[in-house]
Design a protein around this ligand. Structure first.
Ligand code: 13P
Ligand code: SF4
Length: 342
């Protein structure tokens, strides 16, 4: 891929106001309106550079509104982004999310160039377990299949029989056809899955550093103080999930909102999610949680621009690891999205 491009520079032009009038209006309801003009030169330069590079920008639902609405071509939860990467036509994928998501894109689209704007965008769940930990668990539980959450490194995926996300965890576990399954690494998601299946689960003590902060009393407070319905991500602790009207992945949350049309809702999940959903559901009042994922926040418009300009940071996965991890990911993709919201 050529580096020789006439880079559009992020500079202010008065015409940006008219050219991005609709986007500015949308962003103004999500971020302080004086910030919007500061983002427009970056958004404009990234969109031009993206066209010149023939790139597709994929963004997770936890990305900031100026990224999610301003430059992303594909948005979704971790399953949606993996599905999109596996079908992507573009030669260059820029993944705005955390490292394991970019690795999954590379594993599923091995011929493509996959970039992530910051190598600092990790995940507390992914870093809670290593490939050697998985091998040790297999030795301790011979013959027991391993299902790993998508929030794991490529090396851990390569040691797993199948991958799941919160959108299909129960179905993936049951598809193993075993009475016992090693389920890694999210203990809270594991306990939520265990409550919905007859399959016995061997769990690991991984936790999401964002979702573990929510408490049951905060959830009750949101319900009582604001008369809000409660929607929680299954990475929250069981006592928090017990308070919720609905528990589901990021995409299932939006389907639930569409179906239930609550007057007021508290989303017990990462903070940017409420910002990004508000545009879709203007009739619903969102009680915003205050926990942002520090890893997702590593991705910014300036480092997206630099990534496209300098073609960095390219994701590389050793071939053998990628081949084994792909088999586990494809088992999940064959099952797809199975969550119900009714
Ligand atoms: P989703 O699978 O719902 O996108 O969640 C991924 C994640 O990292 C949540 O914290
Ligand atoms: Fe990982 Fe939690 Fe951030 Fe999701 S919100 S990427 S699980 S640390």
């Amino acid at each position: 891929m050529t580096h020789a491009l006439d880079f559009p520079r992020p500079t202010w032009r008065d015409e940006l106001i008219d050219e991005y009038a609709e986007l500015s209006e949308r962003l103004s309801t999500r971020i302080p309106c004086f910030e919007v003009p500061m983002h427009l030169p970056w958004i404009d330069a990234i969109n031009q550079l993206k066209k010149q590079r023939g790139a597709v920008i994929m963004a997770h639902s936890y990305q900031s509104p100026e990224i999610f609405h301003g430059v992303a071509d594909v948005t979704g939860d971790s399953l949606g982004l993996a599905q999109a990467a596996s079908k992507c036509d573009a030669e260059l994928i820029l993944l705005c999310g955390v490292h394991f998501m970019a690795e999954s894109a590379k594993i599923l689209a091995p011929e493509k160039t996959v970039l992530i704007p910051s190598l600092e965008a990790g995940c507390s769940l992914a870093s809670s377990i290593t490939a050697e930990d998985v091998r040790a668990l297999r030795r301790r539980h011979p013959g027991v299949p391993v299902v790993s959450y998508a929030n794991t490194s490529a090396a851990v995926k390569a040691e797993s029989d199948a991958i799941c996300t919160s959108a299909n965890a129960v179905q993936v576990v049951e598809s193993m056809g075993a009475g016992k399954v090693i389920f890694l690494p999210d203990q809270f998601l594991g306990r939520h899955v265990a409550a919905q299946t007859e399959v016995e689960l061997v769990l690991w003590d991984g936790r999401c550093e964002v979702h573990e902060k929510f408490t049951a009393s905060q959830a009750r407070h949101a319900r009582e103080q604001f008369e809000a319905r409660l929607v929680a991500h299954p990475e929250c602790a069981p006592e928090v999930l017990a308070e919720a009207d609905f528990v589901g992945s990021t995409t299932a949350m939006s389907r639930w909102l569409d179906q239930e049309k609550p007057a007021r809702v508290a989303l017990i999940t990462e903070c940017s999610m409420a910002d990004n959903l508000r545009v879709q559901f203007p009739a619903t009042e969102f009680i915003k949680p205050c926990h942002l994922c520090p890893h997702m926040q590593q991705i910014t418009l300036p480092n997206i621009y630099a990534a496209l300009r300098d073609l960095k940071h390219e994701i590389q996965v050793p071939r053998d690891t990628a081949d084994r991890a792909r088999a586990a990911l494809q088992r999940m993709l064959a099952i797809g999205r199975r969550e119900t919201v009714g």
